[in-house]
Design a binder for this molecule. Sequence first.
Ligand SMILES: *Cc1c(COP(=O)(O)O)cnc(C)c1O
Ligand SMILES: [Zn+2]
Length: 445
Amino acid sequence: MSKDFSAWFECARGCGVKYELDEIVYECEECGGLLEVSHDLDALSTRSPEEWKQLFDQRLGSLEKINRSGIWAKREWVLPGVEEENIVTLGEGWTQLLEPARYAAELGLNDLHVKLCGNSHSGSFKDLGMTVLVSQVQQMIADGVDVPAVACASTGDTSAALAAYCAAAGLQAIVILPKGKISLAQLIQPISNDALTLALDTDFDGCMRIVSRLCKEENIYLANSMNSLRIEGQKTISYELAQEFNWEPIDNIVIPGGNLGNVSALGKGFRELRRVGLIDWSPRIICAQAARANPLYDSYQNDFKDFEPRKAKTTQASAIQIGDPVSINKAVDVLEEFDGIVEQASEDELANAAARADRAGLFNCPHTGVALAALEKQVEAGVIEPDERTVVISTANGLKFADFKVGYHRRELDDVEPRYLNEPVDCPDDYEVVRERMFAELEKR
Ligand SMILES: *Cc1c(COP(=O)(O)O)cnc(C)c1O
Ligand SMILES: [Zn+2]
């Protein structure tokens, strides 16, 4: 715990309403809008930007458990009030930043990077926020607050993260999933981690309505991104990127968006770095949506003047199959501040973009495919230029979406015409035949 720094909940719409971080509250009592965690930026500014950068660089090489987490290595900026013994970490953050040179060359880009935020314990970036939320719950319990269970609605990845962190901490997790709409890997994670798993005959938005009411009416703590604690962990993607580029400018960041918590977090991170003076630049933020779940895209076409929630249609990018995003206002604020663009990708575009980049050594989940397709479209439109430094946020490990990957190479995905097929070649147990087929196939490449 760092007594020099402090943070609290505050209305994100600027009503000025404030709460302590150990209060169980998710919305502003004045306007009903979302809260956000505010930090005492004057206190953070009592150390010079150079001191912060040095401290963060020292922690990067540290073997201490708390510093091995990319989130808690930035603890003064995340949750300064949590005592170290209450931190629940599974080694999240400090994820790889790859340069897919061959894919970049195909697109004509000279400075392209992919941040693998899904190479994390439960296989998605949701770990970044969940370590913060579950640690705060542990702190509250240590302070005598009664929290019998923590619950979330999920398109799959949130529940996997919640279940893992709760299991590590010894807390009861309750996960509410849309039955039959998540991948096998996503379903088996909360089951394995002993979460109470409720499979509802509805979609994500339906699950969200039920869990919100349960948490309002029963004494259950809500772990969805409506709970702004999670944003505090996710915003460290920005801190990490700035540090990885030695605090020098990034021109464009492409990020997939569904409930829009992550794009909000990305903007919040850069905003704070600017305010305390660690950087003096802002990246352009490009939010990528699946065309089948694109309420933000439509709103962008109209300069965000109005917003129409809808029922999302089925998409391979199941984690962003959301028609009524909870963080819509925060996301629009971020996009307006960061010269934002919203792009969309059809099923065909997202699947082919994922497969194309896979051929250069990546292994993309469908949501990352949405971001890559958006990248390709913005390059084609001349908005992203060859020498600009561009980062794509990869949100999950492709291994969680094996059905999507297999379906692509078997030509079984609806509305997808695979352009980068690679099918296994069946062979008998016969040396001559194997040799002949091998050379015949190599000839075709
Ligand atoms: C949750 C999730 C997203 C979308 O993030 P939002 O904050 O809901 O916009 C994208 N990709 C994956 C893999 C996710 O799990
Ligand atoms: Zn308010």
